[in-house]
Design a protein around this ligand. Structure first.
Ligand code: ATP
Length: 304
């Protein structure tokens, strides 16, 4: 009998995840396998985030048992702080975010939020407390208002409008012939990469989570759009614990702390200025990216 119920459970999960609009379809399939192992503990508590203090204590993890990806990560992210995670491709940056959202369970150590081991609370309460602005936002074939309201069931029109203002997309929406009722997605109005990201930000504002994970877009937005979006993101980080998974260093200068991951370990951490002075991996990555920007004729980003 349980064999019959498992796929049904899974479908329910897929449906809820799509409804929450937290991940796109591509990553959905990557995650399905993992989900089977992540279950609520029988007496799981409801997480109520009071401060938003996040800790990783000697976290180990591998997608496959014979290949460890995270090799003992210790992080202490104070309530309300903005922490950026940087490092070479494949270092494990996105994996940290997936573990926090409990798409997978750690294989060693633990992750806590306000001293709760995240395995001891319900997945619903954990995921309700964390907002993710993903790399690529999938829009549903529905109105732009509906796409924003997706952040939280029962959001009112006023809340949707306020979120659109917070994400700096309200002006754009008002310029559309049908305003918030304009249909978007595959069969409707196509939005640009930057506009889609603003919808994702508005969705997160409607959810109003105490903890934010920003998975920075790797696909290039033009530098003006990127700077505008960056300013919007910095505004919504206030009063929330924020983890930025950064693929470009130019966006992390303002972070309270930068964590440099290398091959599944924390290689360095500190502020931008301190890490530059240290002259280690971060300083090297910064110099390389500055050269690339100069070669592309882009604007110089001040070092401090
Ligand atoms: P990038 O900057 O390129 O996005 P990242 O630092 O975010 O890289 P992760 O996505 O965390 O890196 O991946 C870390 C390692 O885990 C990589 O070697 C990757 O191949 C592996 N990995 C990621 N997802 C899976 C998966 N679903 N199954 C197996 N291995 C995976």
């Amino acid at each position: 009998l349980s064999q019959l119920f498992r796929p049904l459970d899974m479908l329910g999960w897929v449906y809820r995840t799509i409804r929450q609009g937290v991940i796109d379809m591509g990553s959905m399939f990557d995650l399905l396998d993992a989900h089977a192992e992540v279950r609520d503990a029988p007496n799981a508590a409801t997480l109520v985030v009071t401060r938003g203090h996040v800790r990783f204590e000697d976290v180990h993890f591998g997608y496959d048992p014979d290949r460890e990806i995270l090799k003992g990560i210790d992080l202490d992210i104070p309530a309300g702080a903005t922490v950026a995670v940087v490092g070479p491709s494949g270092a494990g940056k996105s994996t940290l975010a997936r573990l926090m959202y409990r798409f997978y369970d750690v294989t060693g150590g633990r992750i806590t939020i306000d001293d709760w081991d995240i395995r001891d609370v319900t997945q619903a309460s954990l995921r309700g407390s964390i907002g993710i602005v993903p790399q690529d936002t999938v829009l549903f074939n529905d109105t732009i208002g509906y796409n924003i309201a997706y952040g939280r069931e029962g959001a009112s029109d006023d809340e949707i409008a306020a979120a659109a203002r917070g994400a700096a997309i309200a002006g754009f929406i008002q310029s559309l012939p049908a305003g918030f009722d304009t249909r978007v997605g595959e069969r409707g109005l196509k939005l640009s990469g930057g506009e889609k990201q603003r919808v994702a930000i508005a969705r997160t504002l409607v959810k109003d989570p105490p903890i934010l994970i920003l998975d920075e877009a790797t696909s290039a937005l033009d530098s003006r759009t990127e700077a505008d979006i960056q300013a919007t993101l910095e505004a919504i980080e206030h009063g929330r614990t924020t983890i930025v998974i950064a693929h470009r260093l130019s966006t992390v200068v303002h972070a309270d702390r930068i964590i440099v991951l290398e091959a599944g370990r924390v290689a360095e951490q500190g502020t931008h200025a301190r890490l530059l002075r240290k002259n280690g991996l971060y300083a090297e990555m910064w110099a390389r990216q500055a050269q690339e920007r100069a070669a592309e004729g882009g604007e110089e980003v001040p070092a401090e």
